[in-house]
Design a protein around this ligand. Structure first.
Ligand SMILES: *[C@@H]1O[C@H](CO)[C@@H](O)[C@H](O)[C@H]1NC(C)=O
Ligand SMILES: *[C@@H]1O[C@H](CO)[C@@H](O)[C@H](O)[C@H]1NC(C)=O
Length: 458
Protein backbone atom coordinates (compact mmCIF):
# COMPACT_ATOMS: atom_id res chain seq x y z
CA UNK A 1 0.00 0.00 0.00
CA UNK A 2 1.41 3.35 -1.03
CA UNK A 3 1.37 6.13 1.50
CA UNK A 4 -1.04 8.95 0.78
CA UNK A 5 0.59 11.83 -1.05
CA UNK A 6 0.05 14.25 1.79
CA UNK A 7 2.04 12.08 4.17
CA UNK A 8 4.87 11.80 1.66
CA UNK A 9 5.00 15.56 1.33
CA UNK A 10 4.86 15.96 5.06
CA UNK A 11 7.72 13.48 5.50
CA UNK A 12 9.89 15.34 3.02
CA UNK A 13 9.16 18.64 4.68
CA UNK A 14 9.95 17.26 8.10
CA UNK A 15 13.15 15.70 6.78
CA UNK A 16 14.27 19.08 5.50
CA UNK A 17 13.49 20.70 8.84
CA UNK A 18 15.29 17.95 10.75
CA UNK A 19 18.36 18.35 8.54
CA UNK A 20 18.53 22.10 8.98
CA UNK A 21 18.13 21.91 12.73
CA UNK A 22 20.66 19.12 13.11
CA UNK A 23 23.20 21.01 11.06
CA UNK A 24 22.53 24.00 13.28
CA UNK A 25 22.93 22.27 16.63
CA UNK A 26 26.10 20.46 15.57
CA UNK A 27 27.78 23.45 13.94
CA UNK A 28 26.39 26.39 15.92
CA UNK A 29 29.84 27.65 16.95
CA UNK A 30 30.70 28.25 13.30
CA UNK A 31 27.89 30.80 13.05
CA UNK A 32 29.74 32.85 15.61
CA UNK A 33 33.35 31.82 14.99
CA UNK A 34 34.97 34.78 16.68
CA UNK A 35 33.19 34.25 19.98
CA UNK A 36 33.40 30.48 19.75
CA UNK A 37 37.14 30.02 19.15
CA UNK A 38 40.32 30.41 21.11
CA UNK A 39 41.71 33.83 20.65
CA UNK A 40 44.38 33.86 17.99
CA UNK A 41 46.73 36.55 19.10
CA UNK A 42 48.79 36.85 15.91
CA UNK A 43 45.96 36.47 13.47
CA UNK A 44 43.51 38.95 14.95
CA UNK A 45 44.96 41.82 12.98
CA UNK A 46 44.77 39.98 9.68
CA UNK A 47 41.13 39.02 9.92
CA UNK A 48 39.06 41.31 7.75
CA UNK A 49 35.33 41.58 7.38
CA UNK A 50 33.82 38.70 5.52
CA UNK A 51 30.27 37.64 5.00
CA UNK A 52 28.49 35.24 7.29
CA UNK A 53 28.13 32.37 4.82
CA UNK A 54 31.77 32.48 3.83
CA UNK A 55 32.98 32.63 7.42
CA UNK A 56 30.60 29.82 8.43
CA UNK A 57 31.94 27.36 5.86
CA UNK A 58 35.47 28.56 6.29
CA UNK A 59 35.14 27.88 10.00
CA UNK A 60 33.68 24.41 9.54
CA UNK A 61 36.65 23.51 7.37
CA UNK A 62 39.35 25.10 9.49
CA UNK A 63 38.20 25.17 13.10
CA UNK A 64 40.16 22.04 13.94
CA UNK A 65 43.50 23.49 12.92
CA UNK A 66 45.56 23.96 16.04
CA UNK A 67 47.13 27.32 15.45
CA UNK A 68 48.91 27.83 18.76
CA UNK A 69 49.78 24.52 20.39
CA UNK A 70 51.56 26.22 23.30
CA UNK A 71 48.59 28.31 24.39
CA UNK A 72 46.54 27.46 27.45
CA UNK A 73 43.04 26.62 26.26
CA UNK A 74 40.65 26.55 29.15
CA UNK A 75 36.98 25.90 28.69
CA UNK A 76 34.87 27.27 31.55
CA UNK A 77 31.29 26.13 32.07
CA UNK A 78 29.10 28.13 34.44
CA UNK A 79 26.67 26.66 36.96
CA UNK A 80 24.93 23.69 35.30
CA UNK A 81 22.80 23.14 38.45
CA UNK A 82 21.36 19.79 37.47
CA UNK A 83 18.09 19.02 39.24
CA UNK A 84 16.93 15.87 40.98
CA UNK A 85 14.12 13.44 40.44
CA UNK A 86 11.97 12.46 43.39
CA UNK A 87 9.13 10.00 43.93
CA UNK A 88 6.55 12.79 43.49
CA UNK A 89 8.19 14.45 40.48
CA UNK A 90 5.67 14.54 37.58
CA UNK A 91 6.66 12.65 34.43
CA UNK A 92 6.97 15.77 32.33
CA UNK A 93 9.53 17.26 34.74
CA UNK A 94 11.40 13.96 34.81
CA UNK A 95 11.65 14.02 31.06
CA UNK A 96 12.73 17.64 31.18
CA UNK A 97 15.50 16.86 33.67
CA UNK A 98 16.62 13.84 31.66
CA UNK A 99 16.75 15.86 28.43
CA UNK A 100 18.49 18.73 30.16
CA UNK A 101 21.43 16.48 31.08
CA UNK A 102 21.91 15.66 27.41
CA UNK A 103 21.37 19.24 26.31
CA UNK A 104 24.26 20.27 28.60
CA UNK A 105 26.25 17.26 27.41
CA UNK A 106 25.66 18.34 23.81
CA UNK A 107 27.23 21.72 24.52
CA UNK A 108 30.27 20.11 26.10
CA UNK A 109 30.73 17.54 23.32
CA UNK A 110 30.27 20.03 20.50
CA UNK A 111 32.68 22.51 22.01
CA UNK A 112 35.13 19.81 23.04
CA UNK A 113 35.27 18.30 19.56
CA UNK A 114 35.64 21.70 18.00
CA UNK A 115 38.23 23.18 20.30
CA UNK A 116 40.21 20.39 21.99
CA UNK A 117 40.72 22.28 25.25
CA UNK A 118 43.71 21.75 27.52
CA UNK A 119 41.54 22.32 30.60
CA UNK A 120 37.81 22.00 31.28
CA UNK A 121 36.45 23.69 34.40
CA UNK A 122 32.94 23.68 35.83
CA UNK A 123 32.56 26.86 37.86
CA UNK A 124 30.59 25.39 40.79
CA UNK A 125 26.91 24.70 41.39
CA UNK A 126 27.17 21.42 39.57
CA UNK A 127 23.96 20.40 41.32
CA UNK A 128 20.88 22.41 42.24
CA UNK A 129 20.73 21.92 45.98
CA UNK A 130 22.96 21.49 49.02
CA UNK A 131 20.10 19.90 50.97
CA UNK A 132 20.20 16.42 49.46
CA UNK A 133 21.19 13.07 50.96
CA UNK A 134 24.30 11.08 50.10
CA UNK A 135 22.50 8.72 47.75
CA UNK A 136 21.05 11.57 45.70
CA UNK A 137 24.42 13.32 45.71
CA UNK A 138 25.94 10.14 44.35
CA UNK A 139 23.25 9.72 41.69
CA UNK A 140 23.75 13.27 40.49
CA UNK A 141 27.49 12.78 40.37
CA UNK A 142 26.92 9.77 38.12
CA UNK A 143 24.66 11.80 35.81
CA UNK A 144 27.05 14.73 35.82
CA UNK A 145 30.02 12.50 35.04
CA UNK A 146 28.42 10.33 32.38
CA UNK A 147 25.72 12.37 30.67
CA UNK A 148 27.27 15.81 30.78
CA UNK A 149 30.95 14.99 30.45
CA UNK A 150 31.13 11.56 28.94
CA UNK A 151 33.50 10.34 31.61
CA UNK A 152 34.05 6.98 33.20
CA UNK A 153 31.72 6.12 36.10
CA UNK A 154 32.93 2.65 36.98
CA UNK A 155 35.07 3.98 39.82
CA UNK A 156 31.99 5.64 41.28
CA UNK A 157 30.11 2.35 41.42
CA UNK A 158 33.18 0.61 42.86
CA UNK A 159 33.30 3.24 45.53
CA UNK A 160 29.62 2.69 46.29
CA UNK A 161 30.35 -1.00 46.79
CA UNK A 162 32.71 -0.03 49.58
CA UNK A 163 30.82 2.88 51.11
CA UNK A 164 27.13 2.22 51.36
CA UNK A 165 24.30 2.09 53.85
CA UNK A 166 21.95 -0.79 54.62
CA UNK A 167 19.95 -0.22 51.43
CA UNK A 168 23.09 -0.51 49.30
CA UNK A 169 23.14 3.14 48.21
CA UNK A 170 26.17 5.37 48.65
CA UNK A 171 26.85 6.70 52.13
CA UNK A 172 29.92 8.73 52.94
CA UNK A 173 32.00 7.92 56.00
CA UNK A 174 32.23 11.51 57.14
CA UNK A 175 33.12 10.66 60.73
CA UNK A 176 36.40 9.15 59.59
CA UNK A 177 37.03 12.12 57.34
CA UNK A 178 36.34 14.56 60.17
CA UNK A 179 38.61 12.69 62.59
CA UNK A 180 41.41 12.76 60.10
CA UNK A 181 40.99 16.46 59.42
CA UNK A 182 40.93 17.30 63.10
CA UNK A 183 44.05 15.23 63.78
CA UNK A 184 45.83 17.31 61.17
CA UNK A 185 44.40 20.54 62.57
CA UNK A 186 45.36 19.86 66.15
CA UNK A 187 48.86 18.77 65.24
CA UNK A 188 48.53 15.00 65.82
CA UNK A 189 49.37 14.62 62.15
CA UNK A 190 51.67 16.86 60.11
CA UNK A 191 50.01 20.01 58.75
CA UNK A 192 50.18 18.67 55.24
CA UNK A 193 46.98 18.81 53.24
CA UNK A 194 48.63 17.92 49.90
CA UNK A 195 47.33 21.05 48.29
CA UNK A 196 49.79 21.27 45.44
CA UNK A 197 50.62 19.74 42.07
CA UNK A 198 53.19 20.36 39.37
CA UNK A 199 52.69 20.28 35.60
CA UNK A 200 49.53 18.18 35.56
CA UNK A 201 47.91 17.97 32.13
CA UNK A 202 45.46 15.13 32.83
CA UNK A 203 44.39 12.98 35.78
CA UNK A 204 44.63 9.73 33.82
CA UNK A 205 46.68 8.97 30.75
CA UNK A 206 43.48 8.05 28.87
CA UNK A 207 42.59 11.75 28.70
CA UNK A 208 44.29 14.61 26.97
CA UNK A 209 42.78 17.44 28.97
CA UNK A 210 42.46 18.26 32.65
CA UNK A 211 39.02 18.23 34.20
CA UNK A 212 38.44 20.53 37.18
CA UNK A 213 35.43 20.81 39.48
CA UNK A 214 34.93 23.99 41.51
CA UNK A 215 32.76 23.74 44.63
CA UNK A 216 29.64 25.93 44.67
CA UNK A 217 27.15 26.79 47.38
CA UNK A 218 24.71 24.24 45.97
CA UNK A 219 27.34 21.50 46.17
CA UNK A 220 28.64 22.04 49.71
CA UNK A 221 26.49 24.85 51.15
CA UNK A 222 27.32 28.36 52.31
CA UNK A 223 29.43 28.41 55.45
CA UNK A 224 26.30 28.44 57.65
CA UNK A 225 25.21 25.13 56.05
CA UNK A 226 28.43 23.30 55.25
CA UNK A 227 28.94 20.20 57.38
CA UNK A 228 31.63 17.55 57.51
CA UNK A 229 29.26 15.35 55.56
CA UNK A 230 29.03 17.90 52.73
CA UNK A 231 32.77 18.27 52.57
CA UNK A 232 33.59 14.57 52.88
CA UNK A 233 31.34 13.48 50.03
CA UNK A 234 32.37 16.35 47.78
CA UNK A 235 36.01 15.42 48.31
CA UNK A 236 35.36 11.75 47.74
CA UNK A 237 33.28 12.08 44.55
CA UNK A 238 34.36 15.38 43.00
CA UNK A 239 37.87 15.96 44.24
CA UNK A 240 39.66 18.53 46.36
CA UNK A 241 38.02 21.87 46.93
CA UNK A 242 41.34 23.72 47.29
CA UNK A 243 44.55 23.14 45.34
CA UNK A 244 47.09 24.70 43.08
CA UNK A 245 48.82 23.38 39.99
CA UNK A 246 52.07 25.05 39.01
CA UNK A 247 53.28 24.89 35.42
CA UNK A 248 56.83 25.58 34.22
CA UNK A 249 57.79 26.69 37.72
CA UNK A 250 61.19 28.36 37.89
CA UNK A 251 61.13 29.48 34.25
CA UNK A 252 60.06 32.89 33.04
CA UNK A 253 56.87 31.47 31.54
CA UNK A 254 55.65 29.97 34.79
CA UNK A 255 51.93 30.06 35.44
CA UNK A 256 49.53 28.31 37.80
CA UNK A 257 45.95 27.36 38.36
CA UNK A 258 44.40 27.94 41.76
CA UNK A 259 41.16 26.21 42.64
CA UNK A 260 39.69 27.96 45.67
CA UNK A 261 36.67 27.07 47.74
CA UNK A 262 35.67 30.62 48.63
CA UNK A 263 32.48 29.58 50.40
CA UNK A 264 34.45 28.76 53.50
CA UNK A 265 36.24 32.05 54.03
CA UNK A 266 33.61 33.96 55.98
CA UNK A 267 31.16 33.18 58.74
CA UNK A 268 29.58 32.80 61.13
CA UNK A 269 30.06 29.21 60.00
CA UNK A 270 28.45 26.03 61.19
CA UNK A 271 31.87 24.36 61.50
CA UNK A 272 34.31 27.22 62.05
CA UNK A 273 37.28 24.84 61.87
CA UNK A 274 36.52 24.37 58.16
CA UNK A 275 37.19 28.09 57.67
CA UNK A 276 40.47 27.64 59.46
CA UNK A 277 41.75 24.99 57.04
CA UNK A 278 40.56 27.06 54.09
CA UNK A 279 42.59 30.07 55.21
CA UNK A 280 45.50 27.72 55.92
CA UNK A 281 45.39 26.79 52.25
CA UNK A 282 45.71 30.45 51.25
CA UNK A 283 48.61 31.02 53.65
CA UNK A 284 50.49 27.98 52.35
CA UNK A 285 49.86 29.20 48.83
CA UNK A 286 51.21 32.63 49.70
CA UNK A 287 54.29 31.09 51.31
CA UNK A 288 55.29 29.53 48.00
CA UNK A 289 56.13 33.00 46.66
CA UNK A 290 55.34 31.71 43.22
CA UNK A 291 56.81 33.84 40.44
CA UNK A 292 54.35 33.51 37.62
CA UNK A 293 50.95 34.27 36.24
CA UNK A 294 47.79 33.00 37.98
CA UNK A 295 44.45 31.67 36.81
CA UNK A 296 42.16 31.71 39.83
CA UNK A 297 39.06 29.50 39.66
CA UNK A 298 36.44 30.02 42.36
CA UNK A 299 32.68 30.20 42.71
CA UNK A 300 31.60 33.34 44.58
CA UNK A 301 32.67 36.60 42.88
CA UNK A 302 34.78 39.21 44.64
CA UNK A 303 33.32 42.28 46.29
CA UNK A 304 31.98 45.00 44.04
CA UNK A 305 29.51 47.83 44.62
CA UNK A 306 25.99 47.60 43.14
CA UNK A 307 25.65 48.47 39.50
CA UNK A 308 28.81 46.86 38.14
CA UNK A 309 27.27 43.42 37.63
CA UNK A 310 23.85 41.87 37.90
CA UNK A 311 24.26 40.97 41.58
CA UNK A 312 24.98 43.70 44.10
CA UNK A 313 26.60 42.89 47.46
CA UNK A 314 24.33 40.90 49.77
CA UNK A 315 24.84 38.88 52.92
CA UNK A 316 21.97 37.01 54.56
CA UNK A 317 21.96 35.33 57.95
CA UNK A 318 19.67 32.79 59.57
CA UNK A 319 17.29 34.48 62.04
CA UNK A 320 18.06 34.24 65.73
CA UNK A 321 15.01 32.08 66.43
CA UNK A 322 15.23 29.81 63.40
CA UNK A 323 12.62 27.18 64.25
CA UNK A 324 13.38 24.65 61.55
CA UNK A 325 17.05 24.23 62.42
CA UNK A 326 17.71 26.14 65.65
CA UNK A 327 21.42 25.28 65.56
CA UNK A 328 21.79 27.53 62.51
CA UNK A 329 20.67 30.62 64.40
CA UNK A 330 22.54 33.72 63.11
CA UNK A 331 24.85 31.74 60.82
CA UNK A 332 25.70 32.84 57.28
CA UNK A 333 22.78 31.87 55.05
CA UNK A 334 23.94 33.21 51.68
CA UNK A 335 26.25 35.71 50.06
CA UNK A 336 26.44 37.21 46.56
CA UNK A 337 30.08 38.27 46.84
CA UNK A 338 32.96 37.95 49.24
CA UNK A 339 33.04 40.92 51.62
CA UNK A 340 35.31 43.85 50.74
CA UNK A 341 37.72 42.84 53.48
CA UNK A 342 37.95 39.17 52.52
CA UNK A 343 38.32 40.15 48.86
CA UNK A 344 41.31 42.33 49.65
CA UNK A 345 42.96 39.68 51.75
CA UNK A 346 42.49 36.94 49.17
CA UNK A 347 43.64 39.11 46.26
CA UNK A 348 46.75 40.15 48.17
CA UNK A 349 47.58 36.57 49.12
CA UNK A 350 47.19 35.32 45.55
CA UNK A 351 48.33 38.16 43.31
CA UNK A 352 51.30 39.21 45.41
CA UNK A 353 53.89 38.62 42.67
CA UNK A 354 52.58 41.57 40.62
CA UNK A 355 52.19 39.28 37.62
CA UNK A 356 49.19 39.32 35.29
CA UNK A 357 46.41 36.85 35.78
CA UNK A 358 42.71 36.24 35.45
CA UNK A 359 39.91 35.29 37.82
CA UNK A 360 36.98 33.12 36.80
CA UNK A 361 33.89 32.86 38.98
CA UNK A 362 30.32 31.61 38.66
CA UNK A 363 27.31 32.09 40.94
CA UNK A 364 25.35 34.99 39.43
CA UNK A 365 24.29 33.16 36.20
CA UNK A 366 24.09 36.39 34.18
CA UNK A 367 27.82 36.80 33.67
CA UNK A 368 29.96 39.90 34.01
CA UNK A 369 33.43 41.32 33.50
CA UNK A 370 35.06 43.44 36.18
CA UNK A 371 38.57 44.77 36.63
CA UNK A 372 40.27 44.82 40.04
CA UNK A 373 42.76 47.66 40.22
CA UNK A 374 45.32 47.52 43.01
CA UNK A 375 46.57 50.75 44.56
CA UNK A 376 49.92 51.44 46.25
CA UNK A 377 48.56 50.47 49.67
CA UNK A 378 47.34 47.07 48.55
CA UNK A 379 43.66 47.96 48.27
CA UNK A 380 41.78 46.48 45.34
CA UNK A 381 38.92 48.39 43.75
CA UNK A 382 36.39 46.91 41.37
CA UNK A 383 35.81 48.90 38.21
CA UNK A 384 34.72 48.65 34.61
CA UNK A 385 37.92 50.32 33.48
CA UNK A 386 41.58 49.44 33.80
CA UNK A 387 43.95 51.70 35.69
CA UNK A 388 47.19 51.31 33.73
CA UNK A 389 49.40 52.65 36.52
CA UNK A 390 49.11 49.61 38.74
CA UNK A 391 48.48 45.91 38.69
CA UNK A 392 44.99 45.01 37.53
CA UNK A 393 43.33 41.65 37.29
CA UNK A 394 40.19 40.91 35.36
CA UNK A 395 37.42 38.89 36.95
CA UNK A 396 35.12 37.05 34.57
CA UNK A 397 31.86 35.88 36.04
CA UNK A 398 31.05 33.14 33.57
CA UNK A 399 27.51 33.22 32.26
CA UNK A 400 25.64 30.01 33.06
CA UNK A 401 25.45 27.05 30.68
CA UNK A 402 21.80 26.48 31.63
CA UNK A 403 19.23 26.65 28.81
CA UNK A 404 17.55 29.80 30.16
CA UNK A 405 20.87 31.59 29.65
CA UNK A 406 21.38 30.05 26.19
CA UNK A 407 23.89 27.34 27.00
CA UNK A 408 27.16 29.25 27.17
CA UNK A 409 30.72 28.09 27.07
CA UNK A 410 33.43 30.41 28.35
CA UNK A 411 36.76 30.24 26.52
CA UNK A 412 39.94 31.44 28.16
CA UNK A 413 43.03 31.64 25.98
CA UNK A 414 46.38 32.09 27.67
CA UNK A 415 49.21 33.12 25.39
CA UNK A 416 52.82 33.66 26.37
CA UNK A 417 53.98 36.80 24.62
CA UNK A 418 57.58 36.15 23.58
CA UNK A 419 58.31 39.84 23.21
CA UNK A 420 57.12 41.04 26.63
CA UNK A 421 57.84 37.67 28.34
CA UNK A 422 54.41 37.84 29.98
CA UNK A 423 51.30 35.71 29.85
CA UNK A 424 48.27 37.36 28.25
CA UNK A 425 44.79 36.12 29.08
CA UNK A 426 41.66 36.71 27.10
CA UNK A 427 38.07 35.57 27.34
CA UNK A 428 35.30 34.81 24.86
CA UNK A 429 31.77 33.70 25.58
CA UNK A 430 30.16 31.32 23.11
CA UNK A 431 26.37 31.00 23.42
CA UNK A 432 24.30 28.12 22.02
CA UNK A 433 20.54 28.58 22.28
CA UNK A 434 17.73 27.82 24.69
CA UNK A 435 17.06 24.16 25.38
CA UNK A 436 13.82 24.15 23.33
CA UNK A 437 15.74 24.33 20.05
CA UNK A 438 17.71 21.25 21.05
CA UNK A 439 14.53 19.48 22.16
CA UNK A 440 12.74 20.42 18.96
CA UNK A 441 15.62 19.03 16.89
CA UNK A 442 15.58 15.72 18.76
CA UNK A 443 11.81 15.33 18.53
CA UNK A 444 11.63 16.20 14.83
CA UNK A 445 14.52 13.83 14.11
CA UNK A 446 12.78 10.98 15.90
CA UNK A 447 9.46 11.61 14.12
CA UNK A 448 11.23 11.82 10.77
CA UNK A 449 13.03 8.56 11.44
CA UNK A 450 9.74 6.97 12.36
CA UNK A 451 8.02 8.22 9.20
CA UNK A 452 10.81 6.96 6.96
CA UNK A 453 10.88 3.56 8.58
CA UNK A 454 7.10 3.21 8.27
CA UNK A 455 7.45 4.14 4.60
CA UNK A 456 9.59 1.02 4.19
CA UNK A 457 7.27 -1.25 6.10
CA UNK A 458 3.99 -0.36 4.38
C1 LIG B 1 19.89 6.57 43.41
O1 LIG B 1 19.85 5.60 42.37
C2 LIG B 1 19.62 4.27 42.83
C3 LIG B 1 19.75 3.34 41.64
O2 LIG B 1 19.03 3.82 40.55
C4 LIG B 1 18.26 4.18 43.51
O3 LIG B 1 18.04 2.88 43.99
C5 LIG B 1 18.23 5.19 44.66
O4 LIG B 1 16.95 5.19 45.24
C6 LIG B 1 18.56 6.57 44.15
N1 LIG B 1 18.64 7.48 45.29
C7 LIG B 1 17.71 8.42 45.51
C8 LIG B 1 17.87 9.25 46.73
O5 LIG B 1 16.76 8.60 44.76
C1 LIG C 1 35.46 16.10 38.93
O1 LIG C 1 34.32 15.32 38.91
C2 LIG C 1 34.29 14.35 37.89
C3 LIG C 1 32.97 13.68 37.97
O2 LIG C 1 32.84 12.92 39.14
C4 LIG C 1 35.40 13.36 38.03
O3 LIG C 1 35.42 12.49 36.94
C5 LIG C 1 36.71 14.13 38.12
O4 LIG C 1 37.75 13.24 38.38
C6 LIG C 1 36.64 15.20 39.18
N1 LIG C 1 37.85 15.96 39.18
C7 LIG C 1 38.77 15.83 40.11
C8 LIG C 1 39.96 16.72 39.99
O5 LIG C 1 38.71 15.05 41.01
Amino acid sequence: MALPKAIKKFTLLLTAIALIFNVYIYTYPSLNPKQCSWRCFEQDAKQGQSNLIFSYFNDILHSHDDKNPNDVKLMALGDPQIKGIWANTPYISRLDTFGNDYYLGHIFRTMYNRLKPSHVVVMGDLFSSQWIGDSEFFNRTVRYTKRLFNRDVKWLYDLQEEHHGDDGTYKVNWVEWADNLNKIRTGDRPMNFSFGYQDIYNWTSAENYLFINVSGNHDIGYSGDATYQHMARYRELLGKDNYWIEYNAGTDNAWRIIVLNDLLLEGPALQPELLETNWEFLYQLFERKFEGSTVLLTHIPFYKPSGLCYDGPEFRYYPEDYQREPYKSKLLRSQNHLSAEASNRVLNLIFDAEKPGIILTGHDHEGCETVYNKDDKGNWTASKTTDPKNLNIKEITVRSMMGEYHGNTGLVTGHFNEATRQWEWSFNLCPFSIQHIWWFTKVVTIITGFLWSSAFFF
